[in-house]
Ligand binder design. Structure first.
Ligand code: ADP
Length: 321
């Protein structure tokens, strides 16, 4: 039972097994800093020519030449992602939209370290992603909250597993429950909460691990519009207060424009980044704002082309049967 619980939780925070395929052969990244001098017999001798200091890398996430395909039962392969070159800066809020099946979840799984590219490289802060880590938390629509634990116990769970002393984890859980406005519900059980509250519990639980990167896979898709609006405000506030990099997958273009610094539009299979949209609109935004609506319309027009392509591909496959 305990193993089952740990497995469920580790999946919800981005754990799981890596399927090793081809590891990155050459990451093209700078190695460890080179010594500028050596000491010989107590005398410091400068190494010539002195290597110029490399500017600090701004990006937190980098994908280069990423391709991911999956084997089918008939021996062929489905290309899920192709030619993905992408850099995401530390603290940036990036939203990804695209037709169903274009590889959005696959992309998040690669970032979470739950999967590996067939070819190409994924790095976080310059290090190749080889597996899951608590610096990258994946939040699903299915939240993986435990019904037999209270809200606070759920939030404490990851810290308990990592061996954190009781008082410290309780203090930290309460801090983040305050941040998501759930202090008064810490002794409630999960079935006593609304859908939006459950999302906030999952968010608080993720934040206790102080992730550098939050990966969110359609987290608000099942919520009603009003609750979603509130959670947009809440997520934006938490993002400002804790400054993680956020990669947020959604079907909802307005949600993407409401939240993102940048919206990436993916093409139908094999998924590529078809177009990027910088969202320069002032924050806070609202999904009903006219400038949000206008930009969403433009993005939606291009998304529709991809959705049409996906329908046409599905229909022609049906006809061939
Ligand atoms: P999205 O999240 O955009 O809906 P996915 O990333 O889930 O798309 O899937 C992209 C493509 O890869 C789809 O064609 C899907 O069927 C395929 N795919 C995803 N995961 C697997 C897997 N584990 N095995 C085989 N095919 C997969």
């Amino acid at each position: 039972m305990t193993n089952y619980v740990i497995d469920l939780f580790s999946r919800s925070i981005g754990g799981g097994r890596v399927r090793p395929e081809n590891p990155c052969e050459d990451d093209g990244l700078p190695g460890p800093p080179k010594a500028k001098a050596v000491k010989r017999a107590g005398v410091e001798i400068p190494l010539e020519p002195a290597a110029p200091d490399r500017p600090a890398r701004k990006e937190s996430i980098s994908l280069s030449g990423v391709f991911r395909s999956y084997a089918n039962s008939n021996g062929s392969r489905t290309p899920a992602l192709q030619n993905i070159d992408l850099e995401i800066e530390q603290g940036e809020f990036v939203c990804i939209v695209g037709p169903s099946g274009c590889g959005k979840s696959t992309l998040l799984h690669l970032l979470a370290g739950l999967d590996r590219p067939t070819t190409g490289c994924v790095t976080v802060d310059g290090a190749i992603v080889t597996g899951p880590g608590t610096d990258r938390i994946l939040l699903f629509q299915e939240l993986g909250l435990f019904p037999w634990l209270t809200v606070r116990q759920n939030v404490e769970f990851g810290m308990k597993m990592s061996g954190m002393p009781r008082q410290e984890r309780t203090d930290r859980a309460r801090f983040f429950l305050r941040m998501v406005h759930l202090s008064h519900f810490e002794d409630h059980y999960i079935h006593q909460l609304s859908g939006g509250m459950k999302q906030r519990v999952a968010l608080a639980r993720s934040l206790t691990l102080k992730p550098k990167i939050l990966l969110m896979d359609e987290p608000f898709a099942a919520l009603d519009a009003q609750t979603r609006d509130l959670l947009h405000d809440e997520l934006e506030r938490v993002w400002k207060e804790t400054s993680p990099t956020i990669v947020f997958v959604t079907h909802n273009v307005r949600e993407a424009v409401r939240l993102g610094d940048r919206v990436l539009l993916m093409s139908f299979r094999p998924g590529r980044i078809k177009k990027e949209f910088e969202i320069d609109l002032q924050r806070p935004r609202h999904v009903e704002d006219s400038d949000v609506a206008q930009l969403s319309k433009e993005i939606l027009g291009q998304l529709r082309e991809e959705i049409d392509r996906s329908f046409n591909a599905e229909y022609s496959r049906e006809e061939k049967r």
